[in-house]
Design a protein around this ligand. Structure first.
Ligand code: GLA
Length: 678
């Protein structure tokens, strides 16, 4: 496990939070660059990412490099006191490359070759791409490792964003190599994939393929699919590793690649272990998350990224000053939102807030994406907001290096996610993010901070563990959870958890196989609901209407907290609770509506003695409060995303305004405070 080197970047920034973004000077005439640097100084920008999509300009033809312009940009930035996160520029090979090596283009599951002309048009297993990327990385690091402006290496960009799976023959061969390493013998693969079913037995490794589009209206072997997700994440990670190795061999600066938080194709637990510091890109989804959903997403994303970083400070590599351009409808941010959004990440452990991108482009696919310098120029509210944010971040320098503490963990596993959402399951409405989002939100709306944990994580420092939809689980992870409960922890397991082992084979003897004993329940049959169907759940105060899922079964020695009053599982338990050793194990067997879920998780919090970060009788809508703690005291971030003033019961000094804070002080609608408590 690497990680933890964000402090080297902040030291290079004189102990300040990082502020800046992607700087793409190649999109602009050179005589404008000095003005860019002057404006960066005006805004307090101290870190910019350069060269992400510069391959075509840096290597105009194979083996011939043109570094002149980049030399001049880096020298100019250095002279202006701006530090650089320098990309190795491998994110998108130039058209000449794709034309010279057409077999490097990615192929989709239908066998169609995907073209260049956008970005990331390469097969992750392509030896031609890999050696060209290695040569370019070597040339760049050889030239710039000693450049005084460079404080961080930015490998590639958002790995897998557009090419997470490739089904070409090269990928097929690489998949077989990966499978040989995993299984050794073909018989072991046949066993793991359950190929006795549907006449799929393999007699020769060469018969094994990626899960290409199957014959009409049927389903590809699920373990083959699961292994292909695993392979594809590993294959891109190999690309990262190879490039990072070259950078590390020639340079002492830390190395990172920017994550996309809950990005399904990449197992970021495995990726995070290879980063010198974890960095992330976060963009708000304008639609589909419901009221306050986007605000909550800021917190949930940052909680994941901090957890991936093992609790160390991390870097928000990209977000947007206002609108993006890649959603169907792209709303502008409301006044004040830029500041609230940026500080939401800092509150949860980011030691900097960078953006895509410095200047809003005038050409290309992202010309309608906001930037730090908008199309309107600097005589604009957007620019004034950027300058104000820069100054605010400067005033928060002392939070760098501090960390966020949490007593609650949410178990999150990419392998289980891949297995959970496979076709041919009891219900197509099962969706991990819907579930994780609502569980995390139920705590967020009560002022409780959560970490995310890998199934193999140490759980000792937590009081409460949430396990939503952990479909696939190893024996070792299930044992660790049981041990956590026996040792006094409280766990809440969600429906359709503990169902299969790592090979996606059902755990026999009744559901939820891996957790039956711990929870004291025995589910005989799933009873998924039809689209729009609701069932009544009684026992949680008033009746509630649950959706998507129900189960026929019984609590053996668990207390039945709530049951189904109607529907396919009428009379059976919906929510159970059982004391185990010194701890407590809860089970939720259906998708509860938000208020009912809040009620159950609230009771579990009571069992675990978990308390919110602020002592408030009811948590005001839109208040995000979280604490960062350092050697000299703690910093309570209170961000009021709501439309009403809220009272924040805390004592200390607001770092942003310098005013004293007492328990009666209110935070105006849309405002924020960082209250230092010593
Ligand atoms: C991602 C990419 C950037 C840009 C932004 C737009 O984060 O890394 O290059 O495309 O999205 O939102």
């Amino acid at each position: 496990m690497r990680n933890g080197r964000m402090s080297e970047v902040t030291s290079a920034l004189s102990g300040r939070l990082a502020f800046g973004g992607d700087y793409n000077p190649e999109q602009w005439p050179e005589d404008q660059w000095p003005e860019d640097v002057r404006l960066m100084q005006e805004a307090g920008v101290n870190l910019v990412t350069v060269g992400v999509f510069s391959w075509a300009l840096l290597e105009p033809e194979e083996g011939r490099y043109d570094f002149g312009w980049l030399d001049r940009v880096l020298d100019l930035l250095h002279a202006g006191g701006i530090r650089v996160d320098l990309a190795n520029a491998t994110a998108t090979p130039p058209p000449w490359f794709s034309r010279a090596y057409p077999q490097s283009l990615p192929v989709d599951e239908h066998g169609a070759v995907r073209s260049y002309g956008a970005r990331q048009a390469f097969c992750p297993s392509s030896p031609d791409y890999r050696s060209a990327a290695a040569r370019l990385t070597t040339a760049i690091v050889a030239r710039y490792a000693a450049h005084p402006a460079v404080v961080l290496w930015h490998v590639h960009n958002e790995y897998g964003c557009h090419n997470w799976h490739c089904y070409c023959d090269t990928s097929a061969a690489a998949f077989r190599t990966w499978l040989r390493q995993r299984y050794g013998e073909l018989d072991a693969l046949n066993d793991a994939w359950g190929t006795a079913f549907w006449s799929q037995h393999y007699y020769d490794w060469e018969e094994v393929l990626p899960p290409r589009t199957p014959a009409y209206q049927t389903s590809v072997n699920p373990t083959q699919q699961l292994d292909f997700w695993r392979f594809s994440s590993d294959e891109l990670l190999d690309c990262f590793r190879a490039e990072a190795r070259i950078l590390r061999r020639h340079s002492a600066q830390p190395v990172t690649t920017n994550f996309m938080h809950f990005f399904k194709p990449l197992d970021y637990w495995a990726w995070a272990a290879e980063q010198d510091l974890v960095s992330n890109d976060h963009y708000l989804m304008a639609e589909g998350l419901g009221e306050r959903g986007a605000t909550h997403d800021l917190a949930m994303s940052a909680d994941l990224v901090r957890s991936l970083a093992g609790g160390s400070p991390w870097l928000l590599m990209e977000h947007s000053t206002s609108a993006v351009n890649w959603q169907p409808r792209n709303p502008a941010k409301a006044p004040g939102q830029l500041r609230r959004d940026s500080l939401s990440h800092v509150a949860r452990g980011a030691d900097g807030a960078l953006f895509f991108q410095w200047r809003a482009s005038r050409a290309g696919s992202e010309k309608f994406h906001s930037g730090l310098v908008p199309h309107a120029g600097t005589d604009s509210r957007q620019w004034r907001d950027v300058v104000a944010l820069g100054s605010e971040l400067r005033s928060l320098a002392q939070v760098t290096g501090t960390s966020v503490e949490s007593e609650v963990a949410v178990l999150f596993d990419w392998h289980s996610w891949w297995g959970l959402e496979m076709d041919s399951h009891p219900s197509a409405d099962v969706n991990l993010m819907t579930e994780v989002r609502s569980w995390h939100r139920a705590l967020w709306e009560q002022g409780v901070t959560c970490d995310f944990v890998h199934p193999d994580a140490e759980l000792d420092r937590y009081r409460l563990l949430l396990v939503p939809n952990l479909y696939l689980v190893s024996d070792a992870a299930a044992d660790r959870i049981a041990q956590f409960v026996r040792g006094g922890g409280t766990v809440v397991v969600g429906w359709f958890s503990g169902i299969v082992d790592e090979n996606d084979h059902i755990r026999l003897g009744g559901y939820p196989g891996a957790f039956r004993e711990l929870l004291g329940i025995q589910v005989e049959e799933f009873a998924p609901l039809l689209a729009g169907q609701q069932v009544t759940v009684t026992g949680l105060g008033r009746d509630h209407l649950a959706t998507v899922w129900a189960e026929r079964g019984q609590g053996t020695d668990a207390e039945v907290v709530a049951s189904y009053a109607d529907g396919p599982a009428a009379g059976d338990p919906a929510v159970t609770r059982r004391s185990r050793g010194q701890g407590t194990a809860w089970y939720i067997g259906t998708r509860l509506p938000p208020d009912a879920l809040k009620e159950v998780l609230g009771r579990a919090m009571g069992d675990a003695h978990v308390v919110p970060v602020l002592d408030l009788a009811t948590w005001p809508a839109g208040l995000d409060a979280v604490r960062r703690r350092g050697a000299d005291g703690s910093y309570l971030f209170a961000i009021n995303h709501g439309g009403e003033p809220v009272r924040v019961p805390a004592e200390g000094t607001d770092l942003v305004t310098g005013r004293d804070w007492t328990t009666g002080t209110t935070l105006a609608a849309g405002d924020l405070a960082v209250i230092v408590q010593r």
